[in-house]
Design a protein around this ligand. Structure first.
Ligand SMILES: Cc1cc2nc3c(=O)[nH]c(=O)nc-3n(C[C@H](O)[C@H](O)[C@H](O)COP(=O)(O)O)c2cc1C
Length: 355
């Protein structure tokens, strides 16, 4: 059951918890790593100090390897007219909550592509694994992390992106399918998207590349992990499966929605943050669906407006405007402590492999 990548990282099981910025936590990462999987921290939206603290909190709770994930999007292009027009369009939404939209929007976090301070922190803290989402950092950054002995992974949503990851000399590629929850790791969100499922993308990458592939998207149980492994994956990465764990930072409304019929319907949309991402269908996604897919500010500038709207809505008890990221497997999420979830996944996987 153990691939070279799993052995190299030092894991017991081919089970990766997906990094989930804003939802995962040090407690979750440590619990998964202690259970023999690969826990993960999503630091894409964190400051250097916050990220360092998250890494140290995780270390305090586990001696096992874990993954630290950064966002490598093209730095945001501000466009005052697009942003003003967007805020004008959103104004009626704010008005429902007796609030006004922000007067201006900002790039609320920096891409790792241009963040030497975050790199320095990672080189000091040296997590066992670092992974990239939305693209790759500069060659020198990859070289510095490699030299520090860190195993490097990156998401890809197509063969072309995965080839770029292989050429950059990374240790593994995360094949993210169309069904996956959260942000789509597509490098260029304006490019044509083949929308491959996780298993189909896995099969293609296994056949066409010479590097370990990790399947991400719609894997919710041991049978799903077994399917990924039989498609040639070295491991499966699960996000949505962990959202309802007690260690997750998902709030009560998010969990209620996840456990409700709303979980049967997810939407891929760029209007929340400026990049395509899959989320539970709610009041905001229904509004977004009427916007015609044009005029959304660049990522993560649009997210500044999305977060402000959610805060205004929540201040009057309305919870249908938040980014409740989830994949198509949402109705199958289980509410179990993260360590127990890994144990259950392992039991289910072993049962599948024994058949
Ligand atoms: C709540 C949530 C947050 C996510 N945040 C990140 C992130 O910060 N970085 C990242 O690389 N992927 C992120 N993802 C995507 C996952 O890495 C992974 O591709 C996805 O969860 C797999 O599909 P699944 O949700 O169906 O398991 C997130 C996914 C979810 C559900």
């Amino acid at each position: 059951m153990q691939s070279d990548l799993i052995k190299r990282i030092g894991l017991q099981w081919p089970i990766f918890q997906a990094p989930m910025a804003g939802v995962g936590s040090p407690a979750m990462a440590a619990a998964v790593s202690n259970a023999g999987g690969l826990g993960a921290l999503g630091i894409g939206a964190a400051s250097v100090d916050q990220a360092r603290e998250m890494i140290r909190d995780t270390r305090a709770a586990t001696d096992n390897p874990f993954n630290v994930n950064v966002f490598c999007h093209k730095p945001a292009q501000s466009n005052a007219k697009v942003e003003t027009d967007w805020l004008t369009r959103m104004a009626p939404l704010f008005e429902q909550f007796s609030a006004a939209p922000p007067t201006a929007l900002h790039e609320i976090y920096r891409s790792f592509q241009v963040d030497p301070d975050m790199l320095e922190m990672l080189l000091e803290e040296r997590p066992a694994v670092v992974s990239f989402h939305f693209g790759l950092p500069p060659t020198e950054t990859i070289a510095a992390l490699r030299e520090a002995g860190i195993v490097l992974l990156a998401s890809a949503t197509s063969l072309a992106e995965a080839k770029t990851v292989q050429t950059a000399g990374l240790d593994g590629v995360v094949a993210q399918g169309w069904e996956a929850g959260g942000h789509r790791g597509i490098f260029d969100p304006d490019a044509l998207d083949g929308k491959l499922t996780a298993l189909e993308l896995t099969r293609i990458l296994v056949e066409r590349l010479d590097m370990p592939v990790i399947t991400a998207g719609g894997v919710m149980n041991g049978a799903g992990i077994a399917e990924a492994l039989s498609a040639g994956a070295a491991a499966a990465q699960l996000g949505t499966a962990f959202i309802d764990c007690p260690e997750s930072l998902a709030d009560a409304a998010y969990r209620t929605a996840l456990r409700s019929p709303a979980a049967n319907e997810t939407t891929m949309l760029a209007e929340i943050s400026g990049r395509p991402a899959r989320c539970l269908t709610n009041e905001f996604t229904r509004w977004a669906a009427q916007q015609g897919g044009v005029g959304t500010p660049d990522y993560p500038i649009a997210y500044d407006a999305g977060k402000a709207l959610n805060a205004a809505a929540k201040s009057v008890g309305e919870t249908g405007y938040g980014a409740q990221w989830a994949g198509q497997g949402a109705p199958r999420a289980r509410c179990l402590p993260a360590s127990e979830l890994v144990e259950v996944l392992v039991r289910e996987l072993e049962a599948e492999l024994a058949v």
